[in-house]
Design a protein around this ligand. Structure first.
Ligand code: BYC
Length: 483
């Protein structure tokens, strides 16, 4: 069915994929719907399900006016299936099929690989909602609470996006996979989510902001790569998801930025010269910069693991088959087949980290990770500008890629944030300087009191520069009804 730019609201599931003419898929999705709502109510945001939240809902795929803002009760959010416009005569842009017409149906020989990619992507979406479910209760403002719920409903929509592909293109096993996406649970010992970072706790709001900065940014990179796919429905789905993803990273970047801004302001007001005087800074009711650095170290390293191994035959096969490309594939100037190219890969050589040339095809994950690191580094520099502007003498930095890793080349070694390989004893002795300790967590938790008065913000976070949808500072983003 051709996707139109207007969304059909006449079916239970809003869509621009012609669902009303596709009874088989419509019925399958309608059958999946009650399980999804059960999941949302039992594992989505805790409380607030009867509150009116000022949310944006996608109503079109026109880049100029795709969303509308209004008060919505979350369980009534219209989770829809939206594909970006079809590009005329789109081709497979890389791999052995380069130049062939893009596929509108699943190529039989790649069915298993494609299903796996869609399932992994789909699994992350509900996982993040589960990880963040308790945060509403300690929201530092109505503005932040609304942003949390916006991120949550859109991750829910991204789950719908993947479930649509499973139902539409993968028959019975697609339906089974869609059920499993609701059965696995973040952090569950018996049925965990598929990727490591999605089983970690998001204990406080600083973690939430770090997660949306670092882990949603992995989401952006992975979606960008899948948007290159020769399987056109996947490409178009991911292109539209990226429109929403931008706001999630905004929430992360400005969230951490506002925490930093407030800390620096308090340090200056109190006349503290040394920002590493942690106990003096904490007495001001703000989060000290060294602890912010530790949180960044943690979330960056967990997110690096989401890129898989540096050298991966899976990734090479995805690429050669035309299923998953590189970041901005079509803008890269090379043969897009990588038959002879090489790529420098960070490796452990005699106990030291060195760059070693490896075949570019098997180094696809490494390349994407490098693009990700560069993107993160720019964001960290924007945070440093906030510190600099306040006149505080401190700089945040990304740790080395070997630091605190579970997956790939550095999964079995201990390394410092500078990339120096350490003995287990040396690691144990120093790790609390680099990663949030129990005491750091307790301190942050002690600040996590709800602040739900209109226009008010918790002591540890600055007021945002502008409101959502240009609303004034005292706008009631969430009309709380705890009934
Ligand atoms: N945890 O060849 P390798 C997002 C497994 S985030 C556990 O190195 P590959 C979002 C791997 O499955 C983006 N297991 O890896 C953000 C493989 O197992 P099998 C999500 C891991 O396959 C915030 C074995 O290790 N999207 O959207 O090249 C909020 C060898 O792996 C991990 C995607 O990830 C891990 N971290 O690459 C909400 C895109 N890493 O096959 C949402 C789809 C690897 O031997 N996924 N393994 O049993 C992919 O492209 C790839 O599957 C991966 C892994 C990049 C994840």
């Amino acid at each position: 069915m051709p996707a139109t730019s207007n969304v059909d609201y006449s079916t239970k599931i809003p869509n621009n994929v012609g669902l009303s003419d596709d009874q088989r898929v419509l019925r399958a999705l309608e059958q999946w719907h009650p399980g999804y709502i059960d999941w949302w109510l039992s594992r989505g945001p805790e409380g607030f399900q009867t509150s009116d939240v000022y949310l944006r809902t996608a109503v079109s795929i026109d880049p100029k006016g795709w969303a509308k803002f209004d008060y919505v009760r979350m369980p009534q959010y219209r989770w829809g299936i939206l594909l970006a416009p079809a590009q005329e005569d789109r081709r497979v842009n890389f791999g052995t099929h380069k130049g062939e017409k893009a596929w509108q149906e699943v190529p039989g020989e790649y069915r298993a690989m494609l299903r796996r990619l869609i399932v992994v992507q789909g699994d992350t979406e509900p996982a993040s909602v589960e990880q963040q479910r308790h945060l509403g209760k300690t929201a530092p403002s109505l503005y932040d609470m609304r942003n949390l719920f916006q991120v949550n409903v859109e991750e829910g929509r991204h789950l719908w996006a993947m479930v649509y592909l499973l139902h539409k293109y993968f028959g019975k096993d697609g339906r089974e996979e869609a059920e499993e996406l609701l059965a696995r649970q973040s952090g569950n010992v018996d049925k965990p989510r598929m990727l490591g970072a999605f089983n970690e706790a998001t204990p406080d709001w600083l973690s939430f902001f770090m997660f949306t900065f670092f882990t949603d940014r992995d989401g952006k990179m992975q979606l960008e790569s899948l948007a290159q796919s020769g399987f056109d429905p996947l490409s178009r789905t991911c292109r539209f998801m990226l429109t929403e993803e931008a706001h999630h990273m905004f929430v992360g970047e400005t969230g951490v930025g506002r925490v930093i801004e407030r800390t620096c302001e308090a340090i200056k007001q109190a006349g503290i010269d040394d920002p590493t005087e942690i106990s003096a800074v904490r007495k001001l009711g703000v989060i000290d910069l060294p602890t912010i650095q530790k949180k960044a170290n943690l979330h960056f390293s967990l997110s690096l693991d989401l890129f898989g191994s540096e050298m991966s035959t899976n990734a090479a096969n995805y690429y050669s088959s035309g299923l998953k490309g590189r970041f901005q594939e079509t803008r890269i100037e090379d043969d897009h087949q990588l038959t002879i190219a090489s790529y420098p890969v960070s490796k452990l050589v005699n106990g030291r980290v060195e760059l070693v040339d490896e075949p570019a095809l098997t180094a696809i994950n490494m390349r994407l990770r490098d693009d990700y690191v560069a993107d993160c580094a720019k964001g960290v520099e924007r945070w440093n500008k906030v510190i600099e502007k306040a006149g505080v003498n401190f700089r945040l930095k990304l740790p080395h890629v070997a630091f605190h890793r579970q997956i790939g080349e550095f999964g079995n070694v201990k390394a410092s944030p500078e990339g120096e390989v350490l003995s287990d004893v040396a690691w144990e002795k120093q790790k609390d300087q680099w990663l949030p300790s129990k005491a750091d967590g307790d301190f942050i938790e002690s600040l996590m009191h709800p602040c739900w008065e209109r226009g008010k913000f918790a002591s540890w976070i600055a007021v945002p520069k502008v409101g959502i949808d240009n609303k004034p500072g005292d706008f009631e983003y969430v009309k709380i009804n705890q009934a």
